[in-house]
Design a protein around this ligand. Structure first.
Ligand code: SF4
Ligand code: SF4
Length: 402
């Protein structure tokens, strides 16, 4: 029996919990079982999470539960040149790894361009997988664009998928700072009866207090700060001082209250079905599940309004990339900031560092002697130059201890 009264929404004819479980960090069957026992019945995985082992782990963990009570999405990366047979084989392999009778939803994992969304081979493969009872629904996840690899924006990708007419579910970015694009998409999904699940719902995700903590530690220990940290300290002390009274006024001791307000905000939107949470420990289970079915309050509203105002310059919008084309070195800065989000907010440090390393020389080292035209091009006034330095320090093994 569920310990929490999870709010249930209608979801492609299936009832899912409003708090879902994104599983990339989970490598313990018992931990996953404890999440399911508390009433979370929607799991989101991908081949890319632990090279298929995450799907295997889910398949093992759910054996003791009634299969029909759970909704499992897994995702595959499909490139334009792939044939229907290639895609069918990927779907079949995911089905075998999950080993649980069927896949509720097989989703395109972050297609880069509309060509990948319109790939007729994907529809052909999906039709076959559905016909064979391997897959029930078809989905898509999108983080948005990166100029450096010529990808399309999240709204372009998802609107194209809606127009294609055969997608049942989308996983997209939505939070109180980044509202307009997602709200339009969510509304459209509601009109077309397409299920919606969310990621990146807490825009600051521990970044603010992490940075502050690092600075405080250097000050306390009387250590020489790296230059990037000095710059941040000098530039933003005033902003920090301004932000703290408001945090105290609302009894906010740390990031948790801000995170709670952020999640209640998105769940308050009637066009949202479920929010994917990256649970990491038992405390997360308690902290996140208490938000299920809870109401977005006046205080929550004050918190997010103040955070938007005070912390907005510290947040490089997910799924944006608008300034990337002015970068003389083709640095995928929005992607780098996403990796930093994995590092700071989701505490997926190793994974984030591996992703960053995979950029090879195309990383924020190139920013060192740059006068940051990207920052001037940002319409949101994000201090991206300093954020990139912080991200580089977090994500680079050589600098992380600096
Ligand atoms: S710095 Fe500004 S324009 Fe550039 S990706 Fe971030 S939010 Fe978008
Ligand atoms: S600081 Fe310069 S090199 Fe770095 S992302 Fe911005 S424009 Fe590119």
């Amino acid at each position: 029996m569920s310990l929490f009264n999870l709010e249930i929404y209608d979801f492609t004819g299936f009832q899912v919990s409003d708090i879902g479980c994104g599983t990339p960090m989970i490598n313990d069957e018992n931990f996953l079982k404890s999440i399911i026992r508390r009433g979370v019945n929607y799991l989101d995985t991908a081949y890319q999470y632990q090279n298929g082992n995450n799907e295997r782990l889910i398949g093992g963990a759910i054996k003791e539960f009634e299969r029909e009570s759970l909704f499992i999405t897994t995702k595959i990366i499909v490139k334009k040149e792939m044939t229907a047979d290639d895609i069918y084989k990927m779907g079949k392999a995911a089905f075998e790894r999950l080993n649980s009778g069927y896949i509720d939803c097989l989703a395109l994992h972050m297609p880069s361009t509309v060509d990948e969304v319109r790939n007729p081979a994907f529809l052909k493969a999906m039709t076959k997988l559905k016909k064979e009872g391997i897959v029930r629904y078809c989905g898509l996840s999108s983080h948005g664009q990166s100029w450096w690899n010529k990808s399309d924006a999240m709204d372009v990708i998802i609107n194209t998928a809606i127009d294609e007419g055969y997608f049942d579910l989308f996983l997209m970015v939505y939070n109180y700072v980044q509202r307009d694009m997602a709200e339009k998409l969510l509304k459209r999904c509601r009109e077309y009866d397409i299920a919606t699940t969310l990621m990146k719902t807490d825009p600051f995700g521990g970044f603010y207090s992490n940075t502050r903590k690092s600075i405080d530690k250097y000050i306390e220990e009387g250590k020489e700060m790296p230059q990037w940290m000095k710059t941040i300290h000098e530039k933003y002390s005033a902003k920090h001082e301004k932000a703290f009274p408001f945090l105290e006024r609302y009894g906010i001791e740390g990031d948790n209250e801000i995170r709670d307000a952020a999640i209640r905000f998105v769940l308050d939107n009637q066009d949202v079905n479920s929010v994917m949470i990256t649970f990491q420990n038992q405390n997360d289970i308690i902290n996140y599940l208490k938000l299920s079915g809870s109401r977005f309050t006046y205080t929550d509203n004050q918190i997010i309004q103040n955070c938007t105002e005070e912390l907005s310059p510290f947040y490089c919008r997910h799924a944006c990339g608008m300034c990337e084309e002015v970068c003389p070195h083709n640095v995928p800065l929005n992607t780098i900031m996403r990796y930093n989000h994995y590092f700071t907010a989701q505490k997926r440090e190793k994974y984030a560092m591996e992703l960053y390393a995979s950029l090879h020389a195309n990383n924020a080292v190139k920013c060192t002697n740059c006068d940051a035209p990207c920052e001037k091009a940002c319409p949101y006034g994000v201090h991206i130059y300093d954020l990139l330095n912080i991200a580089h320090a977090n994500l680079s093994i050589s600098l992380s201890g600096a």
